[in-house]
Each structure stands twice: as structure tokens, then as C-alpha cells.
Design a protein. Sequence first.
Length: 581
Amino acid sequence: MKFPMDRLLVAASRQSAAIAVTPRRMRRSPETPLRRGSWSQLAIRESSILPLTTPGIRFVAFALMLTFLPTLFAQVDSSGRLARNPIIHADVPDMAMIRVGDIYYMSSTTMHLSPGLPIMKSKDLVNWQLIGYAYDTLADNDALTLQNGRSAYGAGSWASSLRHHNGTFYVTTFSSTSGRTHVYRTKDVEKGPWTENSFRPSLHDHTLFFDDDGRVFMLYGGGNLRLAELTVDLTGLKAGGFNQVVVTNASAVAGPNVGLNAEGSQLLKRNGKYYLFNITWPRGGMRTVILHRADKITGPYEGRVGLQDKGVAQGGLIDTPTGDWYAYLFRDYGAVGRIPYLVPVKWENGWPVLGVDGKVPDTLNLSANKSLIPGIVASDEFERRAGEPALPLVWQWNHNPDNKLWSLTQRPGFLRLTTGRVDTDFLKARNSLTQRTFGPECSGTTAVDMTHMKDGDFAGLALLQKQYGLVGVKLDGGTNSIVMVSAKTGTPVEVQSVPLTGKTVSLKAECDFKDRADTTRFFYSLDGKSWTPIGSELKMTYTLPHFMGYRFALFNYATKTAGGFADFDYFRVSARMTGAN
């Protein structure tokens, strides 16, 4: 498709002018899409503009076009018909998915974050929106509250199972941190409330299943997969109920060279047969989908390899109202985390056949992907109207928060983080407020007022993972500084410090996940317009001790005396990196 150059120039110029004159408090994210419409609607009518004939004007307009062309073409792409993999280029692992009527619901893993066990919905399987969480806090112990030297990094709650049965939504998970299996239920999946019961033991990577005869089961474990019958009210294992291994050495169907035992169970029933999905990982190979089927839920099961491509694995099947089938799976993709894919499925001889000629396609005949903003991540000016929640759903705390020590009302229009104790390191500090990073690139900016911080306080913007990086403002012996810290080596190192004379500063972190570059740079600004890089580039690394993609984090902690506070004016997220511009 061709577009007249002058119309492109005008559209870019108009967008640039609109952004330039918008007041700061009124601005949305740079990724706020243009109104949908044709190019004839987007461009200004030729009769209403001056011809772009002056060389200087054409040069400026062309430069503006280059700046904003990605947004313009993104709008054209979003009006197309094809979806692209990955469906979500952000950390949404261990998905469980159901369809109720024409609405899809999905749960996922967020481990040590609170609130936890996120619930998302979609009408097209491609574009998802957070609608709630099953719990505010998983439990109250030293690990989940970062007390007495303990933490729940890489733990908390893991893979969930999501069901809709007799008008009730159920989502279940398990936790090594609590040592229990947790069951949450609600009649209203969007508004709640969710009620919870839990029981021992913690059933690893289980899949909840309501059978047609009224019995309830969880199939769980690794390697040898066990089926355990529950009480009808899901309050525990049924005394005298079925409880046996039903698939022995489930990974064997992938060959003898298996390094990871089969786990991540997802069970479904179709045309009277039971289908079990698992993941395994042969040594020297890649994450692999394995399938087992049986005529009875108790077995015997026969198995085969379901998919082995790009390392896309772990999940199950979902059907559409029109009868199409897809596998929902995820892929380990470096520092951004584990990202969801959809794979078309057809049925042959009673088996689901995944992929196109055994491969994961780049495009799908589904609705086109829209931006992850604001359904999965979003900017926040920290301004609240009456009746609005204190924090939008995109935010999660690193571990359980201390709710006495944060506020959006003590100074309206600002997030206030107050220190309640002395900590020695960012990873040990409570009340760090986080959002996902996302690909292929992204940036996050904030502005910090340090007027009421105390000596030894450190506040700013971080990229949370074990090998974290951050930029912040630090008070030390009466001297104020802007500091960049890197924990790439495992030990936090102050890479650069710049004296700060004022009381406010803007901070920015930019992440490049293209082709797994997994790099980030930090910046600061004294006027919110001109940015200066600080410190060194951080090579981000996905580590198993944290088991999570990097997240933006707003933080404030004390190293000498508790009681100081920092005020954050806003957090703005973008799908572009702009460097010092």
C-alpha cells in the first residue's frame, strides 16, 4: 500500500505539534494510539494546509515523520487482520485458560508479588486486559514480608489452574512458601470477591478437573504424574478417594535423553477422552510439549511428543465459539521473561496436532495485536478521583506491602513512600512498587521529590531482578547525589554519582529486548526534557533465584534512620526508547 508523502509529513507534524502543546499533567503515554480511521481521516485535507514546498519546512517535517512514523504505521498494522506471535511480549508465564461463552479468561504466575494470581480477560485470544487478582496477599510470614533476612524471591505462588463449574470460577495454586495448596473461588470473576481455602500438602504444578460424574481431581507432580481425588467442596484430599500415579515417567515419550521431568500439567476432556499436556526438556534440546490421552481419567495413558519448536511449550488447549482450536503456550525469552504464544491446532485420529507443519507460526488468523498499554502495563499520574482504586491493577508490590507506609492521599497527585526501617540493599527493602517491562523495547520515567528524605535515604527507579540496576537520589552526610547502581556481578556497585543541588529530579530507564539484546540504560533530567545518561549499560539476565522477567520498580529505603519519605510525581511507560532526546 502506498501513502502520499505529503500526507505522511502532515500527519507526523500534526502529531508532533499536539504532543508539544499538551500540558504535562494532561499528557498520556507517548504510546496512546491515534484515533482509528483511514489515512484520509488521519491526514489533514490538502486544501486546508499550506503546500510543503519550502526546503527547510520539508526537512523539518521529514525529520518529524521519521520520529513518529513507527506510531503511524503501528496504527495501520493494528487495523489489519492478522495477529502476531508472541501474543504478549511480556512476562506472563504458566498460563491457564478457559472460555465462558465468547469471553476468554486467563490466570498466570507472579510468585513473590502482591496482589497475586492475576486474572485477565480477552474477546479475541490476542488482546488481554487485567481484571483482578485472586488474592491480596498469599500468606503472612517472614519470607513474604521480607522480615528477619528471609524472602520469597522465586517462590510465593506458582502455576495455577483456572476453571468455571456450575456458575462458579475457581483458580487454584500451590506454594512452597506456605506449604499448602490454595483454592480461590468467586461467582463474579471481574468484581469478586474471591474466597479462599487451603490444605496440605502443596500439590506441585497441579491441574484442577471437575469430571462429568461429579468427582473432583487434581493431577500433579513431576516425572511420575499422580491423580488425587478431592472432596466435592475442594477443602482437601478425599479420605479413601483415588490417589495413585497414573503416568509413570511421563517424559519417556520424548526419548531417553531427558533432563527435566515432565511437569506443568493441564488436563482437558474432549469427545469422551482425557488429554494431558506437559512440558519436558531433553538434554541438549529445547522445551518440548508432550501429550498423553486416555479413555478414563485414571488411565491407562498413551503418549507422544506434541510440539518441539523454538522452545515454545507448557500450557494447554482452548477452543473458539466457531470451533477452531489453539494451544496456549509460553517461551523463555531472556530478561523480559516468559512470553505467551498461540499455536493453531487441528485434530487427527483423536490427537491434537500442534503448529503449522510442526512449527510455531509468526502470524495467526486472529485479531491484530494492540498495544499492551493500558491493559497489561500503564502510565500513572497518581491522581485519583473519588471511588477510584488506590492503585490500578497494573501495579504489584515486591512481596507483601506495609500499607501504613505508602499513600496517594497525603499529597494528592503523588505516590508517597515512607521508610519504616533500616535496610542495607534494594532487594531487602519493602514497599517497592512494580510493573512489568515489555518488548521489543520499552521505557519508564518518573520524577522524585526528595525534600523530606532523611540522611541515608535512597529513592528512585529500578529494574528488579537478582542482577538489578537502578538510578536514584541519595542523601549522604548532607550531600545530595544522583546515583546509578549495578548488581550485575551479584553485589551492588555504585557505578556513577552526580551531585544534585535541587530537590527534584526526573529519572528514566530504557530496556532493549530486541533479538534478546537484554540491555538497559539509565538517565536523569533536571528539567524533565533534556536527559543525561548515567552509569553504564546493564546487561540484564534472567536468573532462576528470582524466576521472573525484569520489572520497573519505584523504591525508597533508609540506610540510617527510618521515617523519611519520597514523593513520586508520576510513572510513565512507553513502547519506545528515546535516549537523551
